[in-house]
Design a protein around this ligand. Structure first.
Ligand code: HEC
Ligand code: HEC
Length: 488
């Protein structure tokens, strides 16, 4: 406990100094662009701070939930804030300290002990499912049940809410950050400026299995391999229609993005051919790469978003956590991953996929199925003879006291609405607004949870909803709920 308190204090000091440093750097950093001052805007609520004026590459505070407001411009620049040589040297200096601070920050928020749930593996059968909750309780709160007995106002006043938003570790440049396991297999995606901040054990299995709704009898069609541009033809010829084949190829074809490209506006040591859709949605699932949602400005206000699975997208009426895109072909069309900034395309080039091609990408996406759930019957209820007592009790909590079914219902356990969970009731911070409900079918395969991954395990997600919905579930009810979620 003492050492934990110490870590937290160090952390606090660190956060304060790191944001001070960031502002210091902003004032003194070399570069051709002087940060434009924001124009007058309505005053911020008293407990929020204005965003610091920072240039691309400079460290930002990790407690970004405390900041709000606007920046100088909606548009980015394809120019680096300094010469390429200085950019590389700057990051070579900054990255080791940044990553050691970020790891300390993450270790202060979560206890990544690496213990698994006995007997539980992800659908490929190769990776254990991690036990939780691993979010750290503040030193002054003895147990999760004691925390849940507090009102939202008390938690806010005492600053004890363990599930505050997660920031991108380098918010000013942001963009895609790939997990270590992926980078080992794809060294071309290693960044000079920042690395992933969640341990591999808490990310989806790699490569994940792929299930097709058109070939349920075959199980994992990849047989444990990562599907690539080089091997997809051999794996899928004779299984797909010509349209789906073409769509899959496009999902695998790399194209330049905001920071992975052939120009010097990049974060890779060598010029890059870019990324493909399946660089994040590997095998139609997810490898746990994160990005920032492209739908708000300034950059520091954009939410960190963890890559969702593409499995079962055919069931969803809204795609992406905030933008509510309504079709998979539309998604393929807009998803240029230029961080939603058309101005950048002038120098980097658009993906330029034609409508007929994005329709075919949507066609392939539409047959990516969830993993089998052998304990569920056609009405998506547990088959009693196949389920344990704990799983059956968990199902009863899900439909009863837990109220989960209010938003997680139907064949994919999703209501296809966006909900404002008003999480800012529990901490002093900028409201995140409505977020789409994510499906719970196949949920054990896609940690970490919530749009930004702030709940590393299913048990953390259950504690999150226990607090946010003020359910006051018992320890047993929460354990049963996790047992049930593993069956979906
Ligand atoms: C950073 C790696 C990355 C790449 C590359 C990527 N995605 Fe995504 N994808 C994400 C993230 C992160 C989200 C969540 C976005 C949000 O919540 O706004 C997402 C969301 C989606 C969704 C909505 C899923 C849901 O449950 O709401 C679809 C569909 C999708 N991507 C398709 C694509 C396609 C098609 C491409 C290629 C054109 C692509 N993605 C490239 C990371 C990636
Ligand atoms: C009011 C609607 C609502 C209720 C009730 C609700 N959820 Fe959710 N659920 C959501 C929303 C919205 C999200 C996405 C939130 C985010 O990403 O910030 C979500 C996300 C999740 C996730 C993470 C999904 C992922 O892919 O990361 C899990 C797990 C989850 N809910 C479980 C539960 C459980 C268990 C219960 C009942 C105790 C429950 N939910 C009750 C709306 C709801």
């Amino acid at each position: 406990m003492v050492s934990m308190r110490k870590t937290l204090t160090t952390l606090l000091v660190l956060l304060v100094t790191s944001s001070a440093t960031a502002q210091e750097v902003a004032r003194t950093a070399p570069g051709s662009h002087s940060a434009r001052r924001p124009t007058a805007t309505s005053p911020l609520p008293a407990d929020l701070l204005p965003y610091p004026q920072l240039k691309a590459g400079e460290r930002a505070p990790l407690d970004l939930w405390r900041y709000a407001g606007r920046c100088g411009s909606s548009f980015g620049s394809p120019e680096l804030p300094m010469s390429w040589d200085r950019w590389v040297a700057f990051h070579r200096r900054q990255k080791p300290q940044l990553m050691s601070d970020v790891q300390r920050y993450m270790a202060g928020r979560f206890e990544f002990h690496g213990r698994a749930i006995a007997g539980a593996t992800m659908s490929g059968g190769r990776k254990p499912v991690m036990a939780g909750p691993i979010a750290r309780l503040p030193a002054k709160v003895e147990s999760w049940e004691r925390l849940a007995a507090m009102t939202p106002e008390q938690m806010r006043r005492d600053d004890v809410f363990p599930f505050k938003p997660l920031a991108h570790p380098l918010h000013t440049t942001a963009h895609m950050v790939f997990p270590d396991g992926w980078v080992k297999a794809h060294p071309e995606h290693a960044r000079i400026d920042v690395d992933h901040d969640v341990p591999e054990q808490y990310l989806p299995e790699f490569p994940p299995p792929m299930f097709l709704s058109t070939h349920k009898e075959l199980g994992d069609v990849t047989r444990g391999k990562e599907v690539t541009l080089a091997n997809y033809y051999g794996i899928f010829d004779g299984l797909l229609t010509a349209e789906q084949m073409e769509g899959l190829k496009e999902l695998l074809r790399p194209t330049p993005t905001t920071w992975f490209n052939h120009t010097t506006h990049r974060v890779t040591a060598e010029p890059s051919t870019g990324v493909s859709c399946m660089s994040c949605h590997v095998n139609g699932h997810t490898n746990g790469a994160f990005e920032l949602a492209p739908d708000s400005r300034p950059n520091l206000a954009r939410l960190r978003v963890d890559t969702p699975t593409m499995r079962g997208n055919y069931q969803l009426m809204q795609l992406s956590s905030k933008r509510s895109i309504r079709s998979m072909d539309h998604f393929s069309e807009v998803e240029e991953y230029f961080d939603g900034d058309p101005g950048m395309m002038q120098s980097i080039g658009p993906r330029a996929a034609q409508r007929q091609v994005t329709n075919r990408m949507g066609d392939f996406n539409a047959i990516l199925d969830f993993a089998p759930a052998p304990k569920l019957g056609p009405l998506m209820r547990l088959i009693p003879s196949k389920a344990t007592d704990s799983e059956l009790r968990g199902e009863a909590v899900f439909h009863g006291k837990g109220k989960c079914v209010v938003c997680h219902s139907g064949p994919a356990f999703v209501d296809d609405y966006m909900h404002d969970l008003q999480v800012e009731r529990f901490y002093r911070g900028r409201p995140e607004g409505p977020i789409k409900t994510f499906p719970l079918r196949g949920i054990k395969d896609s940690p970490p949870y919530l749009h930004d991954g702030r709940c590393p395990t299913l048990a953390d997600a259950v504690e999150f909803f226990n607090l946010v919905l003020e359910l006051r579930l018992t320890k047993q009810e929460k354990e049963d709920l996790v047992a049930f979620l593993l069956c979906l």
